[in-house]
Ligand binder design. Structure first.
Ligand SMILES: Nc1nc2c(c(=O)[nH]1)N[C@H]1C(S)=C(S)[C@@H](COP(=O)(O)O)O[C@H]1N2
Ligand SMILES: [Mo]
Length: 243
């Protein structure tokens, strides 16, 4: 996983000594560069960040979790890409369920569609506010599969063996989607085309791209990043970054 560290910049700083490398780096993370009276200033996005930190979500938590900064668009974070064609897509819903099933892309589109605006938070410290997604609630797919009382966790399964584990109560929250659009357009290949998971209230690594399956399990099974030093749960407000 690539890591982005944010340079520490106050609101408006005159940095004649800033190296070209540091300047370019800060310019790529959403800062605004302005020229005033012949001097160059770096205007960091910190006013928006202060505002987002001061604003509360309906659940009482701040819009911006601790130690996060803002980007305006989600950033491709890599991973082994699956086949992006909707025609090849199959999603298997299985495990500790009464009615396991597999659906293709056309069947997914026939299920109730949700258009949702929500914030996403990457463990590398960027946050995007008001990202717009379209997809099907995982709870609706689960209702069709009928999880057994023994089901306690959901394992998102993706191309090339990537997995991410989420407790069932959190996975069935109404804002957890199997998403196929971002900002009104089909998902870009780098963002998981044709279908990804979206678990907005946990760090973004739980949102498996190139989704192939949703498996209900009785016993928790730490996934790809969870077995590589990342936290098993991943709550951004508790800064559950590393295990
Ligand atoms: N299949 C798969 N899904 C994945 C990953 C991956 O490597 N493979 N990376 C995760 C990580 S670490 C992050 S931060 C997000 C990044 O999503 P994005 O590239 O759309 O920003 O996807 C998550 N989903
Ligand atoms: Mo990540």
């Amino acid at each position: 996983m690539s890591r982005i560290e944010r340079p520490s910049t106050p609101d408006l700083v005159f940095q004649p000594s800033m190296s070209r490398r540091a300047f370019v780096r800060s310019a790529t993370i959403g800062t605004v560069v302005v020229a005033l009276g012949g001097a160059t200033y770096v205007l960091a996005g910190t006013e928006d960040e202060k505002k987002a930190r001061a604003t509360k979500r309906p659940d009482g938590r701040p819009r911006l979790p601790p130690d996060q900064y803002l980007l305006t668009k989600i950033r491709p974070m890599g991973g082994a890409e699956g086949d992006p064609s909707p025609g090849a897509f199959r999603l298997r819903v299985h495990g500790e369920v009464e009615q396991p099933f597999t659906i293709d892309f056309a069947e997914l589109l026939k299920m109730p569609q949700v258009d949702q605006t929500c914030d996403v938070h990457c463990v590398t410290k960027w946050t995007v506010l008001d990202a717009r997604w379209t997809g099907v609630r995982l709870a609706d797919l689960a209702a069709r599969a009928k999880p057994k009382p023994s089901a306690r966790h959901v394992i998102f399964e993706a191309h090339a063996g990537y997995t991410a584990n989420v407790p069932i109560r959190e996975a069935l929250a109404p804002n957890v989607l199997v998403a196929h659009k971002y900002e009104g357009s089909p998902l870009a290949r780098t963002h998981g085309a044709p279908v990804r998971a979206l678990v907005p209230d946990l760090y973004f690594w739980k949102s498996a791209k190139w989704l192939t399956g949703v498996r209900f399990v009785a016993t928790d099974k730490p996934g790809y990043w969870e077995t590589r030093g990342y936290h098993n749960h991943a709550d951004p407000w508790k800064e559950e970054r590393y295990g």
